[in-house]
Design a protein around this ligand. Structure first.
Ligand SMILES: [Zn+2]
Length: 203
């Protein structure tokens, strides 16, 4: 029950600081020592994650490692391109409403294949199989906005813009997430994980 009290006492800002500190440890290759058996029995009865993470499915992006958190700390939902869909929104709502997560982080990353695919579809008229076009459709608006940015690369700019758009979508998502954000009960931030350095830059 200690973790429950700790969660209630924390603020969204304190949770963000905790994740940033964890990312600094991870990027410096000095993660906290973890005992995966300790606390397992205690966690069997309930979970009290401090944050919900909407991450890309990319195999090189592992939020629990990236933020150097323990089992039970992060409620992670993942989808290629870290886009807000109904199912993912419902999962995040569960993490916030029922599990008490105080912070939502939309986590994009460098060299994102989903964003790159959206660019190729738009620029080179590439054709994608299966259900991939549905996924790409949700990322396209970010590419359109990124194209107006004269500096940097289109891919990097579209990755940032896509995170911004998903953060904005969550902030106005009714009926739960938008309400809790407006009342300052939770905070919603975006970040881009650099695969090469391990660092998360908030945007
Ligand atoms: Zn990706």
């Amino acid at each position: 029950m200690a973790s429950r009290r700790k969660t209630i006492a924390m603020s969204p800002a304190a949770v963000l600081k905790r994740l940033q500190d964890g990312n600094a440890r991870y990027a410096a290759n000095q993660p906290n020592e973890k005992d995966f058996s300790a606390g397992r029995a205690a966690r069997a009865t309930a979970q009290y994650p401090v944050a919900a993470i909407l991450s890309c499915a990319d195999s090189r992006v592992v939020p629990d490692l990236v933020f150097d958190q323990e089992s039970g700390d992060l409620f992670v939902v993942r989808v290629a391109g870290n886009i807000v869909t109904t199912d993912l929104l419902a999962s995040i709502e569960y993490g916030v409403e029922f599990l008490g997560a105080l912070l939502i982080v939309v986590l994009g990353h460098s060299s994102c294949g989903a964003v790159d695919a959206a660019i190729k579809v738009m620029k080179e008229d590439a054709q994608l199989p299966g259900h991939l076009p549905d996924l790409i459709r949700a990322i396209k608006p970010a590419v359109v906005t990124a194209e107006k940015n004269p500096s940097g690369t289109l891919l990097d700019n579209a990755i940032v813009e896509n995170v911004r758009r998903q953060v904005a979508a969550l902030k106005r998502a009714s009926p739960i997430i938008g309400r809790d954000y407006a009342s300052n009960k939770i905070d919603i931030v975006g970040g881009v994980y650099d695969i090469a350095t391990g660092k998360v830059t908030l945007i």
